[in-house]
Ligand binder design. Structure first.
Ligand code: AMP
Length: 505
């Protein structure tokens, strides 16, 4: 779908009375409000001198106006660059220097420091936006015309830059085109059976691909509605379930909801779909969810650079621990990480993908881009996985998390799964840390279920009955919780640092 058709989803007039977003206070933002509000913001951006192809860097709280600003950028051919609200000024300095935005939009409380930064980096404009529709940019937008003539761009034109979370090394700007966003929105809304009557609970952050593109673009494509929440809050989600049809979450959403006795079949009776992604969903969470609510969580897999890659089916078996089939139009292969040679079915290798969903490369970083693509256009995800006989994809971990101990390759996921299955264990994370004999020694960080008293010796004894000797952790440490980033991914780097001295003498 050409870009102008995608952004015209925002400017179209045939959905006017329909609710686009419903807020917690009951207020509704209709599709008419979206069309008019995004036009106001688009006109305000033009007034500030922002042209087609310019970047707008945005570090604001999740709000209606933040969504309107995103929609305005899509309509105006401006490259939207959302930034995690947790980033400090020092981190922002890097992004702003790298991206050279024409405008930076920040929270009112940061405007002083941000203007100083913008002056240092020669950014022409710096405006503020708060979560209640206030701030200098909102004021400017309020006085603008509600009509805007969308920029006509092509599929390959840049729509957004999302900086990768950068758990290792410097964060890189992934360049996403209108074609990338449009193709993924279309495929997902069809694959997941979205229709106008759907009501999605939106509790994800909107500076990340999951909350911004998957949730919002699918809603826009289908013409459906969202219950829009500032963030995940257990009670708010529980209260929204009877009024909604779909929830998109990270695995921690589901684990936390399961801790509430208020979660039951009756509460979920009107729901048709629970989607999980951005981090691995524990098979146990999947099973518990099904037993409690009657719904099998649909797990999907994607990344900033590729949008969504694979998904369990809407109809048919949703397998716990699997990320399903490659989405229509997405080619996925398992390759030898060193040579790039495709591997036979059933073997573990690096997951590589090609398709209209795959990004255009890293912003101003052609060397890094060249390193991450094969000659035939496949993108090397860095995730290790395998495909089973039925075609379901399983992820066994990030390539960089692979442990090499005494010359053997060990996939942390295999050990984590065994530990998680033991009585009294909630979850675990396995890492390799320096070891003088083995190169890397295996360490497990384990979270116990409340009220249990499992010991290191008991875990090791049990593991010895199921795993080869070289896969058995040399040490097990009990931790109250695993370190995670905002999207629920376990920070293995933190664990490697925490345990780096364990084997030193
Ligand atoms: P991000 O770019 O922040 O979206 O992170 C992408 C990475 O998250 C992928 O490369 C995977 O390592 C991981 N990921 C996303 N979805 C899943 C999933 N369903 N299961 C396991 N890992 C996932």
């Amino acid at each position: 779908m050409p870009k102008h058709q995608f952004s015209s989803l925002i400017g179209r007039t045939d959905r006017e009375g329909k609710t686009f977003m419903r807020m917690l206070d009951g207020k509704a933002v209709t599709y008419e409000d979206l069309r008019e509000g995004s036009a106001r913001y688009a006109n305000a951006l033009r007034l500030l001198g922002v042209k087609v192809g310019d970047r707008v860097a945005v570090q604001v709280e999740k709000s209606v106006d933040a969504v309107l600003l995103y929609a305005a950028c899509l309509r105006a051919g401006i490259v939207y660059l959302p930034l995690n609200v947790a980033y400090t000024m020092a981190e922002l300095d890097y992004f702003i220097e790298d991206a050279e935005p024409a405008l930076v939009v920040c929270r009112p409380q940061s405007i002083g420091a941000m203007r100083t930064l913008c002056a240092k980096r020669s950014v022409a404009a710096c405006e503020s936006l708060d979560d209640l529709g206030g701030g200098s940019l909102a004021e400017l937008a309020a006085s603008q015309d509600v009509r805007f003539s969308d920029a006509l761009c092509e599929e390959q034109d840049l729509a957004a830059i999302l900086y990768t979370s950068g758990t290792t090394g410097r964060s890189k700007g992934a360049m996403l085109s209108y074609g990338n966003l449009a193709s993924n929105a279309k495929v997902l809304s069809q694959y997941w059976g979205f229709r106008e009557a759907d009501i999605l609970i939106h509790a994800l952050p909107i500076f990340h691909t999951h909350g911004l593109f998957v949730a919002i673009n699918v809603t826009l494509f289908a013409g459906s509605s969202m219950i829009f929440m500032p963030k995940f809050e257990l009670d708010l989600i529980l209260a929204a379930l009877p009024e909604a049809t779909v929830l998109m979450g990270v695995p921690t959403f589901y684990a936390r909801l399961l801790q509430s006795s208020a979660l039951d079949r009756e509460r979920c009776a009107g729901m048709r779909l629970f989607v999980s992604g951005s981090a691995p969903l524990l098979a146990d969470t999947h099973k518990q969810w099904q037993a409690r609510t009657g719904h099998a969580i649909l797990e999907r897999y994607g990344m900033t650079e590729t949008n969504m890659i694979s998904s369990n089916p809407l109809e048919g078996e949703r397998i716990a621990g699997s990320v399903g089939f490659p989405l229509p139009g997405v080619e996925l292969r398992i390759a030898d990480p060193a040579t790039g040679k495709p591997l036979p079915q059933g073997e573990i290798g690096v997951i590589e993908v090609r398709g209209p969903n795959v990004f255009k490369g890293y912003w101003r970083n052609p060397e890094k881009t060249a390193m991450e693509f094969r000659d035939d256009g496949f993108f090397i995800t860095g995730d290790l996985g395998t495909i089973d006989k039925k075609g379901y994809v399983q992820i066994v971990g990030r390539g960089k998390d692979l442990i090499i101990t005494g010359g053997y390759n060990v996939y942390p996921k295999e050990i984590e799964t065994e530990i998680d299955n033991l009585e009294g264990i909630f979850e675990s994370a396995v890492v390799g840390v320096p070891h003088s004999d083995f190169g890397e020694g295996i360490v497990a960080a384990v979270v116990m279920q409340p009220g249990h008293a499992v010991t290191e010796a008991a875990i090791l004894t049990k593991l010895k009955t199921t795993l080869a000797g070289y896969k058995i952790p040399k040490r097990v440490f009990f931790v109250p919780e695993l370190p995670r980033n905002t999207m629920g991914k376990v920070r293995k780097e933190t664990l490697r640092n925490d345990f780096s001295e364990v084997f030193s003498v």
